[in-house]
Design a binder for this molecule. Structure first.
Ligand code: GTP
Ligand code: MG
Length: 213
């Protein structure tokens, strides 16, 4: 008997709920639903993007204090996917001891989540690709995890400045990662720019492999 075709992606924003915050790999949900993770420097806008995509202001905690999200937060989306908010990296006051906890937790996450379809790598185009972003891409490549680069806070730049920053960011990526899913997608959670396009891309990433299974 042939497998029935996957259902079409939902047209409206699916409902989402917070399930758990893991500080240890043993707490990761034991469930093989398709998963997408959001990663990037501290303060780059991961939690804001998650909230905007899921249309719930307070789902993931947004803060003016960088380095706030310290655990791995799992959100159940449409009762069929996991969206995961990963702790940010690169915040200066994070002491070495915390950094090694971060490294271990993230290392466990990337090596254990077989259901992970892609990692949304948030990048601030005003800063470009930083050393820590490169390190993360190397990590993802090592595990064969596709990275979808998203340029955040594009409302902070206009016209030529924005175009140039996005071009430079795009050019810095192909050499940085063979698994980068280009082109870079510009978004703003403030204006909503780029969000429908990102949703479309996410649905393709989540659905593609469903059809292969
Ligand atoms: N102008 C503008 N500000 C944004 C945008 N996205 C996020 N911010 C602001 O950036 C700050 C950090 O946002 P968060 O979503 O908490 O960032 P994060 O990456 O989750 O940070 P950590 O959890 O510390 O790693 C907040 O003050 C947000 O309001 C955007 O698209 N445009
Ligand atoms: Mg956060």
């Amino acid at each position: 008997m042939s497998t029935p075709p996957s259902p079409p992606p939902p047209l409206s924003i699916p409902t989402a709920r917070f399930v758990l915050g893991a500080v240890d790999a043993r707490q990761f949900p034991d469930d093989a639903s398709a998963e997408i993770a959001f990663v990037g420097r501290s303060n780059v806008g991961k939690s804001s993007l998650l909230n905007r995509l899921l249309n719930q202001r307070q789902l993931a905690r947004v803060s003016r204090t960088p380095g706030r999200t310290r655990e791995i937060n799992f959100f159940r989306v449409g009762e069929r996917w996991w969206f995961v908010d990963l702790p940010g990296y690169g915040y200066a006051s994070v002491v070495q001891q915390q950094r090694s906890v971060w490294d271990r937790l993230l290392g466990d996450y990337f090596s254990q989540r077989r259901n992970l379809r892609a990692v949304i790598l948030l990048l601030d185009p005003r800063r470009g690709l930083t050393e820590l972003d490169q390190e993360l891409l190397t990590h993802l490549d090592h595990h064969g995890i596709p990275a979808l680069p998203v340029a955040t806070k594009v409302d902070k730049m206009k016209g030529n400045e924005r175009r140039q920053a996005l071009r430079l960011l795009g050019e810095s990526l192909p050499q940085a990662s063979p698994f980068a899913l280009l082109p870079v997608m510009p978004v703003s959670t403030l204006t909503g720019d780029g969000l429908p396009q990102l949703w479309e891309r996410l649905q393709t990433l989540l659905a593609d492999r469903l059809q292969e299974e």
